[in-house]
Design a protein around this ligand. Structure first.
Ligand code: ADP
Ligand code: MG
Length: 266
């Protein structure tokens, strides 16, 4: 059995009610072991607590109950050393060039300037941004800006990368190609990846395992093992087994999404 990298035991999250509003139980009971070096995706109906779960693993939100450890140490109150987060929205700094955006976090760390330069050049190459190093975010496409955000996290050399719907705003072709880049970076860095996505095909193509969440309060209904080889890319969508996996995910999710829709409109 591979070593668990992050472990959640009986984790729940209730947002306290404010301004006369009732408290919201966002997460039911989450028990999950993220394996060292695996690519794990989470799918679930909108509002089921996916972002809450990611923020908890990132140390950005408190747990209401349960226990969370990263590399066998309890996580509380801050992003643990070794964890990198990429958010959904484009979080690039418009006043900095691509190169300076990528270097930003590192320049505020204790890493030596020569090492900063080495890592930034490597990330520029890995994310296909070398020709745009001197450009500003406004001169880039949405997909490229998102690559800048991924590169900025990557240079911190996280051992666990958390991504919250990072390709949400991109068109289908770009999403698949970004998926390929993410797979390449996952292989080259040996990091563990936790990806939140609403796209079943993306989850099925990228992951070793996919966790399907219930409607709120979110908990895992099923963990689907894809069985894909580590060397893989978006061409995997042509495999016969691919439709089987997306079908299985959808079968699990369909009913839950209907439940979520019914509660939302109630
Ligand atoms: P998802 O990412 O799956 O769409 P979220 O984790 O963002 O879901 O939210 C889960 C539930 O918790 C939603 O019903 C949302 O409205 C609620 N929620 C999220 N953030 C807060 C907050 N800060 N205070 C109160 N409720 C919140
Ligand atoms: Mg979300």
């Amino acid at each position: 059995m591979p070593t668990p990298h992050a472990v959640l035991e009986g984790v729940t999250r209730v947002y306290p009610g404010t301004g006369g509003r009732a408290p919201v139980q966002a997460l039911g009971r989450i028990d999950l072991e993220l394996r060292q070096g695996e690519f794990f995706s989470v799918v679930g109906p909108s509002g089921c607590g996916k972002s809450t779960l990611l923020e908890i693993v990132a140390g950005l939100q408190p747990l209401s109950e349960g226990r969370l450890t990263f590399e066998e140490r309890p996580v509380n109150g801050q992003v643990p050393d070794g964890v990198g987060v990429v958010f959904q929205e484009d979080a690039s700094f418009p006043w900095l060039t691509v190169r300076d955006n990528i270097a930003f976090g590192l320049r505020h760390s204790s890493v030596e300037p020569t090492e900063v330069r080495r890592r930034v050049e490597y990330a520029l190459g890995l994310m296909g941004l070398r020709d745009f190093a001197g450009a500003y975010p406004a001169q880039l496409s949405g997909g490229m800006r998102q690559r800048v955000c991924i590169a900025r996290t990557l240079v911190l050399q996280p051992r666990l990368i958390l991504l919250d719907e990072p390709f949400g705003a991109l068109d289908q072709q770009t999403r698949l190609l970004m998926g390929d880049e993410l797979l390449r970076l996952w292989r080259e860095t040996s990091a563990t990846v936790l990806l939140i996505t609403h796209a079943l095909d993306e989850a099925a193509m990228l992951s070793d395992r996919v966790g399907v969440m219930s409607a709120r309060p979110g908990r895992f209904l099923e963990l689907v093992e894809t069985g894909w080889p580590r060397e893989r890319d978006s061409r995997i969508v042509e495999r016969t087994g691919f439709a089987e996996i997306t079908g299985r995910l959808w079968a699990r999710l369909r009913e839950e999404s209907m439940k979520a829709m019914a509660t939302d409109s109630a």
